[in-house]
Design a protein around this ligand. Sequence first.
Ligand code: NAP
Length: 248
Amino acid sequence: MINQLLPDSAADRTDDDLLALYGYPSQRPWVRFNFISSLDGSATHQGVSAPLGNAGDRRLFGLIRRLCDVILVGAGTVRAEGYAGPLVSDEDIRWRTAHGLAAHPALGIISGTLGVDPDSDLFRLSPVRPILFTTTAADQERVESLSAVSDVVIAGVESVGASTCAAWLNDRGLGRILCEGGPSVFDGFLAEGAVDELCLSLSPLLTGGQGSRIAAGVDSPDLRDMVLASLLESDSALYGRWVRAQGP
Ligand SMILES: NC(=O)c1ccc[n+]([C@@H]2O[C@H](COP(=O)([O-])OP(=O)(O)OC[C@H]3O[C@@H](n4cnc5c(N)ncnc54)[C@H](OP(=O)(O)O)[C@@H]3O)[C@@H](O)[C@H]2O)c1
């Protein structure tokens, strides 16, 4: 059961309620990040995020995927978590096609080194041809071998530009962007001021250890102001949605 606390309180929200609450605004591109954090601030438990999530989180995670044009993710997360096969369920596909979306969201992967195996299940089992965002510095042999199984897009010189990626996707009608991390990718988007929304699950679990925060990288002098748009609760976990503050 997922209960809504804000903007209004209401118990036991249906999937339709949650889809309406998490619907993308009209602005394109719209870059939404979705993360989970342990209560003590770690993005992982023993190297992966899945143990932090409860049933409510898994339900919401799927519904959030249902609404997007493209799932964008860093190569580190692909390597740690595995992204093989369809990323949405049959029920999601029915809902998506009935609502004018492509059956499957597109899949974008950010990688500087192109350290992903073209023979892996990531490419073999994907129902869509993945898009690989990389840089002019990428190894040409890897570009060629990965071009056989994906669309390789040069989106930067030394590192992939967040805004370049978002604009490229938007130009192809993929403006409802769901970025599932990880922390390095989030850091890059934060540095460019390219984060419109953060969906954050706060798990009631304490992990200890030295797991990364949800943003990991270069310390920025800037503070980014976000506004709480909604807050849900399920089994002591909180699911917040913060959007970029408007203003000067
Ligand atoms: N708590 C959560 O919700 C959550 C979500 C996602 C991931 N995670 C966890 O985060 C950990 C992975 O962290 P991570 O920071 O390594 O993940 P990441 O951000 O997914 O991946 C980092 C990698 O992505 C590529 N990359 C990122 N930004 C780039 C840029 N601007 N230009 C070029 N390449 C870029 C690089 O790939 P190459 O090395 O291929 O060049 C880099 O090594 C895993 O343990 C995962 O489980 C947690």
